[in-house]
Structure formats: C-alpha cells, structure tokens
Design a protein around this ligand. Structure first.
Ligand SMILES: [Zn+2]
Length: 212
C-alpha cells in the first residue's frame, strides 16, 4: 500500500493515518513530525530547516524531496507507506512519481473532505488542560465542572492559536497549496475522496472501503 493522505489541518487526518498505518503494518511518514524531530535532534537537516520554520516559511522542494527519498529508502517502507504532509507542491508530486513510480504497487491518493466551518467549530470549541494535557470539547465532551479539568483539577484553557482567525488562516493556506496537488492526482485518476465528517470509526470504515 503506497498511500498519500491529504486533508486539512484539524480534520482528524493524523489520527486516521496512524490507524491506517497499523492496520496495514506500514510506516506513517509525517513530514511535519520528521522536520520537528530533526530540529530537536540538531541534525544537518534540522539545522537547515530550523531558521525557515522559525520564520514561518516553507522548506524548499529540494530539501523536502531529499528527506522523503532518504526516508522511503529505509527497509520499513519497502512494503508500503502513508505519506502525510507531502507532496505539498506539483514539483514535489512529480519528483515523487520519479521515486516510487517504477514499483508494481500503484500510488493511491486519499483526500479527506471536511468543510472549513466544521473544522473551525471543532477547533474553536477545543479546550486543553494546562497541566495534564487532557482535551475537551465544549459541545461534545465538556469538563463536568466549567473550566476545571476532570482528571487533575487544573484550569482548562483554549490554545492561543485555536482562535477562529488563526484556524481560517491555516485552512486558507492549506487550500492554496493543496488544490493544485489534488488536481494533479485527479487528472491521473488516482485520487479518492472520502467524507471526513462523523465519528472516527465511521470515517475509518469509509477510508478502508475507498482503498478496497
Ligand atoms: Zn488536567
């Protein structure tokens, strides 16, 4: 299974990708996680990427392609993989074709569809415990006692980057980047769109069906 997983931030894509990875026993390759780890570990890649990420910029196509090429050459990716966060540009998508295009297993591209308004609602209603990290949702899963954490009694707060304005901004830049990539795969007839609204289990079932 060679899967590219596309979905807006806050759509539950990370959760679904992890589940899919364990279902098929293939690695979940998140370029965001890889970059953060590289910066943390102070590797050569991390040193190159750190100033760009700190300035809120996008890491160059060449650098990203290098990272992915190296990662996909590792033995655990031999049976397949789920790419999360890559490719972000047409150049990256074309280079990826060159890297994986010769295998017998076809590339499958999953696009998780969740309307912006649903994501905004989901994220702006989210509250996190400042102490233990427990996550609540004011509508679906509120703490029993106002803004007090059920688990540890500390204060439950909204993250500063979970405002509607910040979420809409992230979504806008996601759409701007991703639309051309999704169209690229659509024109190759390998894009599968999956409705991402609903309980995690139901969405996962839809994803499995779309891969069958
Ligand atoms: Zn807590």
């Amino acid at each position: 299974m060679k899967i590219i997983f596309i979905g807006p931030p806050g759509s539950g894509k990370g959760t679904q990708a992890k589940r899919l990875a364990s279902r098929f026993a293939i690695p979940h390759i998140s370029t965001g996680d890889m970059l953060r780890e590289a910066v943390q570990d102070g590797t050569e890649l991390g040193r190159q990427a750190q100033p760009i990420m700190a300035a809120g910029g996008l890491v160059s196509d060449d650098l990203m392609i290098g990272i992915i090429k190296e990662r996909l050459a590792k033995p655990d990716a031999g049976r397949g993989f789920i790419l999360d966060g890559f490719p972000r540009t047409i150049v990256q998508a074309e280079k990826l074709d060159g890297i994986v295009g010769n295998g017998t297993e076809p590339l499958r591209v999953l696009q998780l569809l969740v309307p912006d308004d649903a994501i905004v609602r989901r994220i702006t209603m989210r509250r996190t415990c400042a102490q233990c990290g427990a996550i609540y949702h004011l509508e679906n899963n509120p703490p029993a006692n106002d803004s007090v954490c059920d688990r540890c009694g500390a204060e439950v707060i909204a993250r500063s980057d979970d405002t509607e304005e910040a979420v809409r901004k992230r979504l806008e830049s996601f759409h701007r980047q991703t639309m051309p990539v999704a169209s690229y795969y659509e024109s190759k007839n390998i894009l599968r769109k999956v409705d991402g609204i609903g309980p995690v289990d139901e969405v996962f079932e839809r994803i499995e069906k779309s891969l069958a």
